[in-house]
Design a protein around this ligand. Sequence first.
Ligand SMILES: NC(=O)c1ccc[n+]([C@@H]2O[C@H](COP(=O)([O-])OP(=O)(O)OC[C@H]3O[C@@H](n4cnc5c(N)ncnc54)[C@H](O)[C@@H]3O)[C@@H](O)[C@H]2O)c1
Length: 441
Amino acid sequence: MALAELKAKINDRSAILAVIGLGYVGLPVAALFAQKGFQVIGVDIKQQRIDRINQGISPIEGKEPGLSDLIASVVDSGKLVATTDYQPLRDADIILIDVETPVNDEHVPEYHALRSAVQSLASVLKKGALVIVESTVMPGTLEKIVLPIIEEETGFQCNTDFYLGNCPERVMPGKLLHNLTKMSRVVGGGNEETADVMAALYRIIVEADVDTADWITAEIVKTAENTYRDVQIAFANEVALICEALGADVWKVRELVRKSPGREMLFPGAGVGGHCIPKDPWLLASSVRDTGVPVRLIPAAREINTTMPHHLVRLVEAQLGELKRRKVLILGYAYLHDSDDDRNSPSQILVRLLEKAGAQPVIHDPFISAYKGQVLEKADGCDLAVLMTAHSEYSKLNLKALAAKLKKSILVDGRNVIDPESAEQAGLILVRLGDTSREAN
Ligand SMILES: NC(=O)c1ccc[n+]([C@@H]2O[C@H](COP(=O)([O-])OP(=O)(O)OC[C@H]3O[C@@H](n4cnc5c(N)ncnc54)[C@H](O)[C@@H]3O)[C@@H](O)[C@H]2O)c1
């Protein structure tokens, strides 16, 4: 099938779409294209996930406006069908790949899922199909990994027998459908014609710019935008540590810094987590590993952000001294407010560090089954609390009751959720990350 024919099939919605990897990214994408009239086949290796989706139930637990209803409706209409079997992909005209792309302990891309997905796809890929990698990858991955696997397994030639592109996702848990439809996208094509067809496809679901580029540009844009965020957060964290040491309030400093033109300052906090920000900077850095480019800022920012939970432990120690047998209530285990996503969450590091020091962490999270429950019940018998995730529930805490339950009536706030005056009125001793201004006065 030529690209012109594929474009016509996109325009009249007769193209059959497949989405490989039905996680935080792939599932909402599959549902949106199904809603727009495409027949969509969703593939995942997790049978339980497939079963839930085919029952019309979203497997994503956090607050995700519109997603549950959308999945129920497209499954009910038969437009989205999920399976663990790659065979139905023999009919697919367009295949989106949305599998996880982690890095290993040495910060090197770990492409088990991507390789396996591409290999399985290659065994059933039909001539003329368009393959789009939506996963975030190390710049150079399309050319060095995805393209050779497909060409070797199929004997097809790119840009003649099949087409290849990338369209990195910009979603964020809690705003999946919003970001997918409202945020601009970059499509990278193996040639200009492929990029144009891809843009036509994405303009069906995206109500913002869809910019065309080549593979390497699109790969760099995605990893660079997340690296930018990591570096900016690291800057805010470093300023927070400086404020603490100098008896100042980073939140006041931030407010005033931002009055200077062009000086945006992100939020400092208890750490950075999720599937993306902790690894995308390493994906970018890895792309020049053998070139001699001195990559210095990216590792420094990573170091600052991954050690913020260590700083939280120091704040706890400053209050409790010896941590052995101390019970510490951890408020929030997900990495992001109102989400169930706990991948690489700073709370995981905090728990490990506290346990290593002999303390007993008690974890509460309203969105993660293992940690659900009443905050006040969990607080009973704990020495102090550490607020790690800005879940909405925590901004409505009964501070007086919490102060009464905690042996030391202390809360260490790693996310600037608790208002200092309200805490004072409630008799709760508030330790704020980045703020020692009240101690200094
Ligand atoms: N989560 C985010 O907020 C976000 C945002 C932007 C980009 N991304 C990128 O999107 C990609 C996917 O992220 P995610 O958060 O959706 O991951 P996820 O872990 O939620 O989903 C990935 C899914 O792929 C499935 N999978 C793995 N190997 C497979 C295979 N061989 N065949 C079929 N299915 C397979 C897994 O079972 C899983 O359900 C990553 O590259 C990530 O960096 C994620």
